[in-house]
Design a protein around this ligand. Sequence first.
Ligand code: FAD
Length: 452
Amino acid sequence: MTDITRDVVIVGAGVSGLTAANELVKAGKTVAVLEARDRVGGRLWTREIDGAMLEIGGQWVSPDQDALIGTLEDLGLETYSRYREGDSVYIDADGALTTFTGEIFPVSAETQREMERLIGVLDELVAEIGIAAPWDHPRAKELDTITWKAWLEAQTEDQEARDNIGLFIAEAMLTKPSHAISALQAIQMAASAGSFTHLVDSDFILDKRVVGGLQSVPIALAEKLGGDVFLNQPVRRIEHDDDSVTVVADGMTVSAKRVIVAVPPNLYSRIDFQPALPRRQHQMHQHLSLGLVIKVHAVYDRPFWREAGLSGTAFSPYETVHEAYDNTNHGDSKGTLVGFVSDETADGLFELSEEERKHRILTSLSHYYGEQALTPEVYYESDWGTEEWTRGAYAASFDLGGLSRYGADLRTPVGVIHWSCSDLAAEGFQHVDGAIRVGRETAAVIADELNA
Ligand code: FAD
C-alpha cells in the first residue's frame, strides 16, 4: 500500500475530475487523481473495434459549448462537421417513411402547427425559468410534480405532436421514459442547451466531432498531470474531518486537505464515507439515477445512403432505433451509422439473444436506409449499463419532485468533500461541456479556500 500526501485528491479521471485537477495545478496546488478503471475518460471512450474507430461514449460538440470548445483549442484538438447534406428521414406511427429537410418532421399541417406551438411554449418557459436555479422559480414545484408525459397531454390532444416533442427530451436526452421525468427536469435539460429550439435542431446540438475522438480530451488532460493520475485505483473509503481527508483506494492511500468526488452521483453510495454523509445528502443521492440507452454503431464499405441523397439523419418515436445519424469518421472511405435505442425499448432488447437483438436493430436501421443497412462490416453496441463504474447512459437526473426539492444542494460541499460531474452542471448539464464547467468552478472554490 502506497501512502502519498497532496493538497487535493480527486476521485475519478473523467473529464470533470481531470479539468479540476489541471486547474488546481495551475493555481499552484498539488493533486492526485485516483481512477477505478484501467483508462482515463470515464464516459468518453474512443476505441478501435474490428478495425473501425468508434466513439463508444460522448462524441458531439455544439456551438454554444464554450467551455468544451475552449478546452479543445487549448489542447490543440481539431473538429470536423457531422455529415448533413441531403434529406433526413421520418417514419410515422403507421410505418410510412417521408424525407424532409430542416428541423420539423414531415407531419400533417395541423400536427406541424401543434409541434411549433409546443416548441414556442417550451422556449418561453425555458427563458422564464432559466438554468441557474430552476428550483427557485415560483412554478418549480408545480412543474416538478407533473410528469413530462402528463404535461404534454395537458398541452395538446395531438398524439403525434406529443410523441415527437416528448422524444427530444425523454428518449433522446434524459434517456428515461416520459412518465419517469418531470416537466421541470425537461425544461432544465432544454435550458442547459440554451432553448428547446436548440434541442430540436440536430444541426446545432450535434454539430461537430473531434478528429481522433473526444476521448483525446481526457487523455491530453491526464498527460499534463504526468505521474499524478493513478489507474486501477477504485476509491473505497473517504475519512474526513474539519480540515483534512484520507482517501483509501485498492492500492494506495492519499492524505489531503480537500477531496473532489468526480464520479456520477449514482455511484456515491459505493464509497464508505467516515463519518457518514449528512441526512440531506443520503436522501438526495437516492433520488438521482442514470437513464439507459444502447448506442449502436454499424460500419459499411461506403456511406451508401448518401448515394440516395440521404443525410443519414433519421427519426421516429415509433421505431426501435428512435434516432440515427451519419457517423462517418473524418477522412474515412467507410460509412458509419450511429443509432440509439432508449430506456424501456432497450430493456426489451436486452431480453433477447445477441443475434436477435442485432437483427432487430439492423432491421430498424433498414426501415430508414433500405436493405443495405442489414449487412454492416462492423457492428457494435455500446452498453454502459454493464459498466460497473458508470451503470447507465447518458447521465443522472432526478426522479419526480427531486429537482425542486434538492436541486439547490446538488453541489453543496460536505466539509472538505466537494462534488464535480457533468450531471451536476447548469449549462452543459449531462454533457462534456458541463463536466468541464463544474470541474473549473469546483477547483476555483477550493483554490480560494486553501489560499484564504
Ligand atoms: P465520468 O465520465 O463518468 O467520469 C467519472 C470517472 O470516475 C470515471 O472514469 C469512473 O471510472 C470513475 N470512478 C467512478 N467511481 C469511482 C471510484 N469509486 N473510485 C475511482 N474512480 C471512480 N456528452 C456530450 O457532450 N456529447 C455527446 O455526444 C455525448 N454523448 C454521450 C453518449 C454516451 C453513450 C454516453 C454514455 C455519454 C454521452 N455524453 C455526451 C455525456 C458525456 O460523456 C458525460 O457527460 C461526460 O463524459 C461526464 O464526465 P464526468 O467526468 O462528469 O463523469
